[in-house]
Design a binder for this molecule. Structure first.
Ligand code: A3P
Length: 297
């Protein structure tokens, strides 16, 4: 056990660090209870890598024929409530018992590492979308996020301390690099099953990536939809500026102490690490990245 980032002891399980209440419980749910279907979609990510954004985009792609632009659920529901995470189904939305009863074309999210995915999930043929992000931006995003959730009785976590833990792999669902490596390798072996994308690629080429994602999900945009600019509408609906300014994504409490919906929308930029990390920190993180994930970011 190691002192973790959120004032609780992280636990090492199958080579990865977990916060017991949400993290480990989510992995156990994935391994022991989840009955995958071939038409399920799983969004898998390292935390703070764009999960909220991809939840919104996948939901908007897959449900696009169900809603008009004025009645869209994303206008009134936080993306985390549109696409439940294994890490949270145990705590309410939807309750575990309901997951099996949800109609097909289900979409779920999880942070479970590839090596801990159960054989039934892997054998089910369900589609996996994996999103990751430059670890330097993940570290800064995570540092801010955890500061909001940290108990007020504890001293604030310094960036130096956060950097030290992160670079040693001690963070929920870490080591970060091993998490990404597992899905990267698997996606190269089986690209029809795993759509691997980085936050940076999504930012650089949103239009083409949304189209590719729709094809991967088996719901390509028709010529008519393209003429009607449906892709652009989805991109706009799911954009950082749009989602962040919706009432539902502001000061609304979630089912984790101190956590409100606005914590998922901070800056939404690539390269904010430049404002925080020292050259030594950058060198260390880049060194690990070049060793474990050469050429990825
Ligand atoms: P920053 O803290 O760098 O701003 P996750 O959803 O995996 O927890 O990741 C959160 C990060 O994604 C935060 O990064 C957040 O601001 C950013 N984000 C949230 N919604 C986004 C959107 N619609 N487009 C781009 N980035 C988004």
């Amino acid at each position: 056990q190691e002192k973790g980032w959120i004032a609780e002891n992280l636990r090492l399980y199958e080579g990865f660090w977990y916060q017991p209440m949400h993290g480990l419980a989510g992995a156990m749910f994935a391994q022991e209870h989840f009955q995958a279907r071939p038409d399920d979609v799983l969004l898998i990510s390292t935390p703070k890598s764009g999960t909220t954004w991809l939840k919104a985009i996948i939901f908007a792609i897959m449900k696009r024929t169900c809603y008009t632009s004025c009645t869209h659920p994303l206008l009134t529901t936080n993306p985390h409530d549109c696409v439940p995470s294994f890490e949270s189904v145990l705590f309410g939305k939807p309750p575990v018992a309901d997951v099996d009863n949800l109609p097909s074309l289900r979409i779920f999210a999880t942070h479970t590492p590839y090596s801990s995915l159960s054989k039934p999930i892997l054998d089910s043929g369900c589609k996996i979308v994996y999103v990751c992000r430059d670890p330097k931006d993940v570290l800064i995003s995570m540092w801010y996020f955890l500061a909001k959730m940290r108990s007020k009785e504890l001293p604030p976590l310094s960036l130096e301390e956060a950097f030290d833990l992160f670079s040693r792999g001690i963070v929920g669902f870490g080591p970060f690099w091993d998490h990404v490596q597992g899905y990267w390798k698997a996606s190269l072996e089986c690209p029809e099953r795993i759509f691997f994308i980085t936050y940076e690629e999504m930012k650089r080429g949103t239009f083409l990536k949304v189209k590719r994602l729709a094809e991967f999900l088996g719901q390509p945009f028709s010529m008519e939809e393209e003429r009607e600019r449906v892709v652009e509408e989805i991109i706009e609906l799911c954009s950082f500026g749009k989602l962040r300014n919706l009432e539902v994504n502001k000061n609304v409490p979630r089912n984790i102490p101190h956590l409100k919906n606005d914590a998922f929308f901070r800056k939404g930029e690539v390269g904010d690490w430049r404002n925080y990390l020292t050259p030594q920190m950058v060198e260390r993180l880049d060194q690990i990245t070049n060793e474990k994930l050469p050429g990825l970011f």
